[in-house]
Design a protein around this ligand. Sequence first.
Ligand code: A2P
Length: 345
Amino acid sequence: MRKFNVAVVGATGAVGEELFRVMEAYDFPIQNLVPLASARSAGEKIVFAGKEHTVLELTETVFEENEVDIAFFSAGGSISEKFAKFAVEGGAVVIDNTSHFRMDENVPLVVPEVNPEDIELWKNTGIIANPNCSTIQMVLSLKPLDELYGIKRVDVSTYQAVSGAGKAGMEELVKQMQAFFAFELDESKKDCFAHQIALNVIPQIDVAQENSFTKEEMKMVNETQKILHKDVQVAATCVRVPVLRSHSESITVTFEDDVDVDVAEVRESLERFENVEVIDDLENNAYPMPIISTDTDITYVGRIRKDVYAQNIVHFFNVADQVRVGAATNSVRIALKWIEMENDI
Ligand code: A2P
């Protein structure tokens, strides 16, 4: 089997580090690994598959010099904006984990279990975009339901972990909790979030938009429509919670008017879907929670129930590891599908 030269831009970040772990777990066909970060981290060592690799500085020429075939970008939108083109010009396919290219109509936005066919559009620009973490786990549970009954509208509230703000977000929560237990918590000390996150919930993720939704909320609207190829109505409320690294979502789905929801059918269609598992036994206190999904590649769904008033509405709860399902694992799955499609494997 052919092996590939793989670059990871943002190799020292939360998603970058997880990418290495996921590639090890999936036995990714790597010839040469090229970890890239800022000049601050150049020279640091990372261990991959039992071997040490030196972190290089991200430059315009590093992709060509290292004959990179696949470049994962996870160092923020402005870095992708500036450097993705050099990776493409150097001969690589870029799998971009930032929001920079997601809504570009020439760039495919892919969750491999949901819209793998879009990967072939990579030829337009050399870039494949990885959706927002909250969108990924939501469309993984929407797709089987859309196939079952046809979705008209989705109302979602998220409970998003601090890992969405990278390593710095996770450190801020841990430090604030430590300060709390030492009776030293200073509410004015915060870098990542607009307010104290320890022992709090913050109903704002990303910046305000003109329509009073936030940018994160509108990402969930626009990206869901692009991935499902459908003008499904979506209303999101995105909330940051003091959880380390799994996002939860409370989702209400309204199907076409003539649908009469059968919860057993809903459960079965979710159970059959790739990389989705149902945990749904309320009487025995069994349902998805962040402590169940963390460090896994599964989107867990539970609390499935039919609306009390409308026969075409179902409610459920889902959780997934933001760093894995919402970022690293989805990127690696895109790359593996791309390898399969483009190299006739
Ligand atoms: P560095 O550690 O050298 O700053 P996180 O998402 O956890 O916040 O991580 C962000 C990642 O993006 C890190 O690997 C970080 O590298 C990388 N990064 C940030 N700024 C740059 C830059 N100007 N050039 C290259 N990589 C960058």
